[in-house]
Design a protein. Sequence first.
Length: 72
Amino acid sequence: MKKKFKLQDLDCANCAAKMEEAIKKIDGVNDATVSFMMQKLTIDVADDRFDDIMKQVVAVCAKVEPDCKILM
């Protein structure tokens, strides 16, 4: 399942790159892209584990950029 989410308060391109790298390491994530310029997260994950994976994604993003929110 491929979905796009708007990001709020992503402050720098370096943080976006760190978030993308960390998200890609989560088990069940097929691909992920974090765009600082567009303030968007595009993620491709296994359909049956979507909710569980998104909880992990939110936690990873909060660890890298505490002010950043994923608008779902």
